[in-house]
Write a protein that binds this ligand. Structure first.
Ligand code: C5P
Length: 232
């Protein structure tokens, strides 16, 4: 898949989501549906957004025993989304099971990403509370390598890690990166942010952008600016 901007639709109702998507009259952005919207509205919201012609990243971050994840992925695969994800911490066996579940009888399937370490987890917490003694960056790269070995298509990571992930797992291994802000925009609760242009320089394949677009006075204009800066 080509590089693209994914708009995080972090809303808690279908009504709010459609009011937002109706602002896009000329383009059909790739959208991310996360837990908030999915748990509020169920699978029907996925079908409705798909029917409007959008590509969909269903960001549910599955993490359970391999058998459960495999069966859950079989259900999600039938929703015909474009990207889905799991936690790499669920192990290679769980990731392999997820891939099996996603693969349809005709061999087609949505792309599958792994979340490595959440960006809300800092190194000290990871070491003291989760008892993972390595450096945070090493666990991110090692989890990415596990995902690649399991046959996954890429990881969700910081744009700042994209280059190292590509170096470890190959340039074809996708890096999907949140934490993007315009140079003149508000940072909000994100800690380590980059601009769309910088994310491109760092090698991100997809950037996930929420509030800089969803909270903009003119979301379609903000989206176009983002695409222009990221794709050049
Ligand atoms: O509004 P903002 O641009 O910060 O939205 C970023 C989106 O990416 C949100 O949906 C957030 O949950 C998600 N995300 C993130 N950091 C991660 C994983 C996902 O910001 N490590």
């Amino acid at each position: 898949m080509a590089k693209d901007v994914i708009v995080a639709c972090d809303f808690n109702s279908a009504a709010e989501t459609f009011t937002f998507l109706d602002r896009f009259t000329e383009e059909k952005p790739f959208v991310k549906i996360g837990m908030e919207l999915y748990y509020a509205e169920g699978p029907e919201i996925v079908r409705q957004i798909k029917a409007r012609g959008h590509k969909i990243f269903l960001d549910l971050k599955l993490h359970d025993i391999p058998n459960t994840v495999e069966k859950a992925m079989r259900v999600l695969s039938a929703l015909d989304v474009d990207l889905v994800n799991v936690h790499a911490a669920g192990t290679r066996r769980m990731m392999e099971a997820a891939l099996r579940g996603l693969t349809r009888p005709d061999g087609s399937r949505p792309l599958l990403l792994a979340v490595t370490q959440l960006t809300s987890t800092d190194e000290e917490t990871m070491q003291r509370e989760l008892l993972i003694g390595e450096r945070l960056e090493e666990t991110v790269l090692s989890y990415a390598a596990n995902a690649a070995a399991a046959g996954l298509d890429g990881v969700v990571c910081s744009p700042l890690e994209a280059g190292k992930v590509h170096a470890r797992c190959g340039v074809g291994f996708l890096t999907v990166t949140p934490g993007v802000r315009f140079a003149d925009g508000e940072v909000g609760d994100q800690k380590r942010v980059t601009t769309p242009a910088r994310a491109r320089e760092l090698g991100s394949d997809y950037i996930v952008v929420g509030r800089p677009i969803t909270q903009a006075a003119d979301p379609a204009a903000a989206y176009r600016r983002c695409v222009k800066e990221f794709l050049g």
